[in-house]
Design a protein. Sequence first.
Length: 81
Amino acid sequence: MDVVLELADEHFFSPYVYPRTWPEDDVVRQSLSLYAIGLVGGIVLYLVFAWLSYQFLFEKALLSHPRILDNQIRKELDVAL
């Protein structure tokens, strides 16, 4: 995780997010950075596996069932995120 934090800090957080007056070795800055990296990584991981599950495991014939709502998949994604 140190390598990921260092790369993200060098290429994204230092030039675009944090002011220059906030040192890179500050505990609060590192905590916020790790939280952001974990949050974005979790969302990406969830969406990748949800897409794979939909493409390869979900039986698409179920979408023609009368109890399926209009735009149900989009609504489920909105609730999940």
